[in-house]
Design a protein around this ligand. Structure first.
Ligand code: NAD
Length: 416
């Protein structure tokens, strides 16, 4: 079987997760990596696990020249410079079959649009990696409920949330580098899930037309003095000066252009989730049918008593973003597959080897960025945003949320 030889840019959390996914598929191997830090360790691990020859390259240009596809797995604030280097290498003769970019595509619409344009300039096939649309539970509910949808009509309400106790690296907490707080980081997942699940069978990804967005943001935990101090001490990020939201919830209304039906998707995300680990919760209501997904329900529970917990060091070994290391814990033993990483890699490899864009091209990521920005605007203005208004559409092109500008104090109520 032909394998897509992928080169990763970045050797951090997501690169390791994607390596665990690639271990489960047959049409991709990790041919190389370049990263500011961690490249040698990552390459050694890849080779040891037989996931590909994984050479370490000194920079993006050299990597691009030596692989079939590059995957942008480095922080959000590095996107444009990295992409410009990839495109320059392609223009200079590098033969790329495709380009993968992790979510979020950009910190704002201007950045996301620039990435789309750069990919077009180099005539690249692309994949925007929004793993949750590739989750097997999502795909299975769609398949299972196909007859109900055909006879009764599509879903009318979807609620989607991703919540955990907060990210692992300081740059995620810094709104100027990451793009905001939890809405930019994880709202993009939940907004995409809502839009996708509501879309009637067989219709394109952007068939349903976004009409309105409302949103509320909160700094409910990490703005409190104890947690703020801890954040400063542990991550070097000062939320007295540049706070970001640790909670968001909102509603997006869509219109079916053929039937005129109005449907709604609610999103909720938090970095203040105090349960067993990361929870993805999605449910959908159709006329006479429904689905529900909860990733904290696993066939495997383990119990760790106090004495055993004290002997074990790593709180994250049980479940991604676990905040507890003792008691009764739910364990998802194949998170890479559950969250959709295996399927997104297999699908992208197949698409690029056939010379086409993947299921979600970068242009889809741009549409999600627009919705995320509209949600920030709604929260800042404390009013519902009309997405059909040309003035709003124009405004979103250059809008930078106050939180992303480092002015979160002006929009997030904080004590002290
Ligand atoms: N789909 C998901 O659920 C999911 C989960 C986690 C992260 N992500 C996304 O993946 C991206 C990376 O996140 P992460 O958690 O792996 O971050 P991380 O901080 O753990 O790792 C980032 C890696 O990039 C390297 N790096 C930093 N700047 C670089 C540069 N200029 N050139 C080359 N390498 C550079 C770092 O040395 C590090 O190895 C982010 O965009 C994030 O949103 C997605």
């Amino acid at each position: 079987m032909e394998k897509l030889r992928v080169g990763m840019i970045g050797a951090g959390f997501i690169s390791h997760f994607q390596a665990a996914a690639i271990a489960q598929i047959r049409n991709m191997e990790i041919a190389g990596v370049t990263s500011l830090q961690g490249a040698e360790e990552f390459a050694a691990l890849v080779r040891q696990r037989n996931l590909g020859p994984c050479q370490v390259y000194p920079n993006v240009t050299e990597l691009t020249k030596n692989v079939d596809a590059v995957a942008i797995y480095c922080p959000n604030y590095t996107r444009i410079a990295i992409m410009e280097e990839i495109v320059a290498a392609v223009k200079a003769g590098a033969q790329l079959k495709g380009l993968i970019c992790e979510k979020p595509l950009g910190r704002n619409v201007k950045e996301a649009r620039r990435l789309v344009e750069l990919a077009q300039e180099a005539n690249l096939r692309t994949a925007y990696f929004e793993n949750q649309l590739q989750m097997k539970p999502i795909k299975a509910q769609m398949k299972q409920l196909e007859p109900q949808q055909r006879t009764m009509g599509p879903l009318a309400l979807v609620r989607s949330s991703e919540e955990h106790g907060g990210p692992h690296e300081p740059w995620f907490w810094d709104p100027t580098r990451q793009g905001g707080g939890v809405l930019c980081d994880m709202g993009c997942h939940s907004i995409a899930v809502g839009w996708y699940c509501l879309t009637p069978l067989g219709k394109p990804l952007t068939f349903l037309q976004p009409q309105e967005v409302s949103c509320e943001l909160g700094l409910l935990k990490w703005g409190l003095p104890y947690w703020r101090d801890k954040l400063l001490k542990d991550r070097g990020v000062d939320y007295t000066k540049t706070p970001a939201e640790d909670f968001c919830t909102g509603m997006i209304t869509y219109k079916n252009p053929e039937t005129g039906q109005i449907v709604k998707a609610q999103f909720t995300n938090s970095w203040m989730f105090e349960k067993q680990g990361l929870r993805l919760f999605m449910d959908g209501m159709g006329p006479g049918y429904a689905f529900e997904i909860n990733t904290l329900i696993s066939p495997l529970n383990i119990f760790i008593g106090d004495a055993a917990a004290e002997a074990a060091a790593d709180a994250e070994s049980a479940l991604e973003k676990a905040t507890a290391s003792r008691g009764l814990l739910a364990v998802q033993y194949n998170e890479a597959d559950l969250y959709g990483y295996t399927d997104e890699n297999a699908e992208a490899a197949e698409a690029f080897l056939q010379g086409r864009d993947a299921f979600l091209p970068l242009s889809y990521g741009l549409e999600i960025t627009k919705l995320v920005m509209a949600a920030y605007l709604a929260a800042e203005r404390k009013k519902t945003i009309d997405l059909t208004d040309p003035v709003i559409q124009k405004e979103l092109e250059t809008y930078i949320p106050a939180i992303q500008q480092g002015k979160g104090r002006d929009v997030l109520p904080m004590k002290g």
